[in-house]
Design a binder for this molecule. Structure first.
Ligand code: DAH
Length: 339
């Protein structure tokens, strides 16, 4: 055995190669499963005790030598890695133009982010709706003007199939399926039969909010909207609630935020009032709860709805809502680094 080890030591010491395949073969020949060094270590277990010291030492010399030899050869290959001179590594790379998010998506995502932090889930519903979900379940009386062809795009009549005029029908769909507690927001596209101008469009986006549980109060609504407004428009933002009317809430209110441009001093954006109207809200009318089979004696809730375009116009200082629908890339490119 000792001769074999010595022979291998000499062989390893003398080994040289320029080929990585030969080096790999050599490694396997020594350290592979049936490699010579592996086998020698197996046989070493059978060596009589009195010979173990001498043979063990020689075996270790062989192993250390083989490892350092293989390492040296590997290093040599690394160093001799040849640069392909036909490649010009100083050439500029291919440009990868960065896209930008649409301002409506930016604002929508920010609204979702803020309400997610308060535990609101996201729910959606169809854009083509029926009369029940858009109007009747929401306590609109039969003669309400919103049911008129002047305001609503009808697809079929009797039974009425129409394009939803607001995202409030998603409230109804959620409450029909889910028992309280409910805490959800519903972003989506809505349609109104309106002339297109700098201030209004026939297609736009809203986010609906709904919170139903035991003992939900107007104070909860106010605090939620204050938190939202500060997160959205800055920590100095103040809010004010003005009494209003919606068929599906009682009491109802409209919420203003202190002007995002002048901070409340008065400017032409807020028409020198210091306030900007942002959303409608209120306590869910008990009739609505009863319509969807939620016990209005046991549960209360609040709801709110806001227009995404309106917030985008205010936040980014855009003067004409039509810019948001024309998709002129010169306009859209300005939002590459926004938010
Ligand atoms: N749906 C209303 C609209 O389109 C907005 C709204 C107002 C939604 C009050 C609500 C609410 O949930 O409570 O003008």
């Amino acid at each position: 055995m000792i001769e074999k080890i010595k022979r291998l030591v000499a062989e390893v010491a003398a080994f040289e190669t320029d080929s990585s395949e030969v080096a790999e073969e050599f490694r396997v020949r020594l350290f592979g499963k049936k490699g010579e060094i592996t086998v020698l270590f197996e046989q070493f277990k059978e060596v009589p005790v009195q010979d173990k010291r001498v043979i063990g030492q020689e075996l270790n010399v062989l192993k250390t030598l083989a490892i350092s030899k293989l390492k040296d050869i590997q290093e040599k290959f690394k160093k001799s890695f040849k640069v392909d001179l036909s490649l010009d590594l100083t050439l500029p790379g291919d440009p990868m133009p960065l896209g930008s998010r649409h301002p409506v998506s930016l604002v929508k995502n920010q609204i979702i982010d803020i309400f997610s932090r308060l535990g609101f889930t996201i729910s959606t519903g169809p854009e083509i709706e029926d009369d029940w979900h858009v109007f009747s379940a929401l306590n609109f009386p039969p003669e309400h003007p919103a049911r008129d062809m002047q305001d609503t795009f009808f697809i079929e009549q009797d039974p009425d199939i129409l394009l939803r005029t607001h995202t409030s029908p998603v409230q109804v769909r959620v409450m029909e399926k889910q028992k309280p507690p409910i805490r959800t927001i519903s972003p989506g596209r809505v349609f109104r039969n309106e002339a297109i101008s700098a201030r209004s469009h026939c297609i736009f986006h809203q986010v609906e909010g709904l919170y139903i549980d035991r003992r939900v109060s107007f104070a909860d609504l106010k605090q939620t909207l204050l938190f939202f407004s500060k997160e959205m428009f800055g920590q100095d933002t103040r809010i004010r609630l003005r009494p209003s009317f919606f068929p599906f809430t009682e009491p109802s209110a409209e919420m203003d935020v202190s002007c995002t441009l002048c901070g409340g001093k008065g400017c032409n954006v807020c028409k020198y009032t210091g306030w900007l109207e942002i959303l409608g809200c209120g306590m869910v009318d008990p009739n609505v709860l009863d319509n969807v089979g939620i016990d209005s004696q046991e549960f209360t809730g609040f709801a709110f709805g806001m227009g995404i375009e309106r917030i985008a116009l205010l936040k980014f200082g855009i003067k004409d809502i039509r810019l948001l629908f024309e998709n002129d890339v010169r306009f859209l490119r300005q939002f590459t680094s926004a938010l």
